[in-house]
Design a protein around this ligand. Structure first.
Ligand code: UDP
Length: 324
């Protein structure tokens, strides 16, 4: 298949492009490089430098190209930032995304795969979380993703654009070639590994007074290669709808620290600090819908394997990607 990957220079988009190419697909990466890295674009892919906010440029990238599918990873993803600058999130994640949808329709694209998030559920009432859980985002980031999902429903009804929306839990790990390099970095695993690298003295643990066995928050960490596999299946499946992507197992912050200590051989000192606002105590996915409908099964379920892959990548790229 011929696939356009918007946001293919980002963390998950780069791993997914690599996987699609490995599967024998033809990939065009479209990315503004505002948060993405030129070095994260697979050499086998065609690259188009374009911001989705540039409607004409986005239309131009799809015109006459006969893409079989579009995958959309191009979004801002800092929950905290969205709480202070909501406009940035609605403008880009919703508004600029609409340019991509219109360009896909104009370009005759029939299938669309969207990077969504478990943040659409906010603080869930039931665990593990199924797709029937009430959506109730607690940040403009989660809301912007939910709004885009709703736009997708209308585009299906009105334009016949079939879509799959993949609601990721905690994307983590690295491939042999591509890894995580955010600026600023806010995610637990890369921050823990920065301590192991000697780039930070300790890791701040945001609260140990949650209603969980060790008092720290529990998350469902899913390897980016498993996410990549889900995208490929979603495109081929002919199915439409929303799918949770997680392993179904939860690990606390303290458990992640313990595993990271074993993987890196570093003591990784931790400091307990107050809770980070907006962190739900426990987020664990039920992904049977993706298993049944898409035939998806995560292959890298152990957090040790996930953390090892991220550590291996960091050993090869101690300072992340070079500047664009
Ligand atoms: N966390 C932490 N210290 C950090 C970063 C994260 O204790 O420096 C915790 C955070 O409170 C959450 C978990 O680690 O419970 C995962 O956070 P992350 O930002 O990686 O992902 P999120 O679940 O917020 O999407």
């Amino acid at each position: 298949m011929k696939i356009l990957v918007a946001g293919g220079a980002g963390y998950i988009g780069s791993a997914c492009s690599e996987y699609l190419l490995d599967c024998g697909h033809e990939v065009t990466v479209l990315d503004s490089l505002v948060t993405g890295h030129r070095q994260a674009v697979d050499r086998r892919a065609e690259f188009v430098l374009c911001d989705l906010a540039d409607r004409e440029g986005t239309f131009g990238a799809l015109k006459g190209k006969s893409f079989d599918g579009v995958m959309h990873f191009a979004a801002f993803s800092l929950v905290g930032e969205s709480m202070t600058n909501p406009g940035k999130y609605f403008l880009n994640n919703l508004g600029a995304g609409i340019n991509l949808l219109d360009a896909a329709v104009a370009g005759g694209v029939k299938r669309f795969v969207f990077s969504s998030t478990c943040a659409v559920y906010g603080e869930p009432q039931h665990l593990p979380i199924t797709e029937n859980e009430k959506t109730n985002p607690v940040s403009p980031y989660g809301e912007s993703k939910l709004m885009f999902e709703k736009a997708l429903e209308w585009y299906r009804k009105i334009h016949g654009l079939e879509f799959v929306s993949l609601r990721y839990f905690n994307a983590s790990g690295a491939t042999q070639s591509f890894g995580e390099d955010h600026n600023p970095e806010t995610h637990l695993i890369p921050l823990v590994l920065k301590v192991a690298q000697g780039k930070a003295k300790s890791i701040k643990v945001f609260g140990n007074d949650y209603d969980t066995p060790d008092g720290t928050c529990i998350r469902d960490y899913i390897h980016i290669l498993d996410l990549a596999q889900a995208h490929e299946l979603a495109l081929r499946s002919g199915k439409s709808g929303h799918f949770n992507l997680g392993t179904g197992s939860g690990y606390s912050v303290m458990q992640i620290l313990d595993v990271a200590r074993k993987v890196t051989g570093h003591s990784i000192p931790a400091e307990i600090v107050p809770r980070r606002p907006g962190d739900p105590p426990k987020l664990i996915a039920r992904s049977t819908h993706a298993a049944m409908e898409l035939g998806w099964k995560p292959k890298h379920e152990s957090v040790a394997a996930i953390i090892s892959s991220a550590w291996e990548w960091l050993k090869k790229h101690p300072d992340g990607y070079p500047p664009n």
